[in-house]
Design a protein around this ligand. Structure first.
Ligand SMILES: [Zn+2]
Length: 196
């Protein structure tokens, strides 16, 4: 933790070297995309995309799960998505799954999650995967299917469905390899994940 504190203490000095760009952030944000990914520490969206402060609106959940829209049920995820689409007017949403995902791995391996009931219930509610299938080391296939499922659930959110149907919102399914840095994207025409 101490290294993080030391870095944070001196961050203002480094920000001052780019004071024009940081200063403009006081006027508001105008992010281009909502980036939804796993809470996994091995994924750094700004490092992967080159996004600068103000460029990416982010939502991170265990297993990059996007809950379906449930009217009148308070939801951090629903609020984040709605704000990004309706207020910020983002033009694209990326759902980015990743190799070696602990959440997806737990489901396909059928791990005993009784000791972490919040995790168990979140995964049970948020994944359509079944245990015992394709539990390969990197989990590429189940994660990719899982990502496509989350993109479909994005469409249950009224703001997403409307803007996507109007052609004003792009929906993207990405797969990131934590051990190589490679990024694959789903090509709907051939229903396959290929390098960006
Ligand atoms: Zn993960």
């Amino acid at each position: 933790m101490q290294a993080f504190i030391d870095h944070a203490r001196t961050f203002r000095r480094r920000a001052a070297q780019d004071s024009d760009a940081f200063g403009r952030l006081a006027a508001g944000q105008n992010p281009q995309a909502l980036f939804i990914t796993c809470s996994d520490s091995r994924i750094i969206p700004s490092a992967v995309t080159g996004a600068r402060p103000g460029d990416l609106f982010e939502m991170r959940t265990a297993g990059n799960i996007v809950p379906p829209y449930r009217p009148h049920v308070p939801s951090a995820e629903a609020a984040t998505i709605e704000y990004a689409v309706e207020v910020l007017g983002i033009a694209d949403i990326v759902v980015c799954g990743h190799s070696h995902c602990g959440a997806v791995g737990a489901v396909v391996r059928g791990d005993d999650l009784t000791g972490v009931p919040a995790v168990r219930d979140w995964l049970a509610d948020g994944t359509a995967l079944t245990p015992g299938r394709e539990a390969s080391h990197d989990l590429a296939r189940p994660v990719q299917r899982h990502v496509l499922d989350q993109v479909q659930k994005l469409r249950t959110h009224p703001s997403v469905a409307r803007r996507a149907d109007e052609g004003r919102l792009g929906l993207h399914a990405w797969f990131y390899e934590v051990h190589t840095g490679a990024v694959l994207t789903h090509r709907p025409g051939i229903d396959a994940f290929l390098p960006l």
